[in-house]
Design a protein. Structure first.
Length: 87
């Protein structure tokens, strides 16, 4: 049986943000949460609040973005300007 990439929800204190998703992404998020509950029995974590998956999904996306990681490393070593300089 195939496993989902997210298996546990860490207990971190979040920074509050308001994000609007297209309806299709919202439906997929709800479906992902349902599959996660079925697979791991994580009802208490995501079954009632699938939005808890969003930070984990964003973190996993960022962790795998090689260009971002390289640029972040450059900034940390003083090789570039601040990433927020243009925002």
């Amino acid at each position: 049986m195939d496993k989902l990439r997210i298996t546990a929800i860490p207990d971190n204190r979040p920074v509050r943000m308001t994000v609007a998703f297209p309806a299709e992404i919202h439906r997929d998020l709800l479906l992902y949460a349902r599959f996660l509950v079925e697979e791991s029995g994580a009802e208490g974590n995501v079954g009632k609040n699938p939005a808890r998956l969003v930070p984990i999904m964003v973190a996993r996306f960022i962790e795998r973005d090689r260009v971002f990681l390289r640029k972040r490393k450059d900034i940390a070593t003083g090789g570039s300007a601040s990433p927020l300089g243009r925002i």
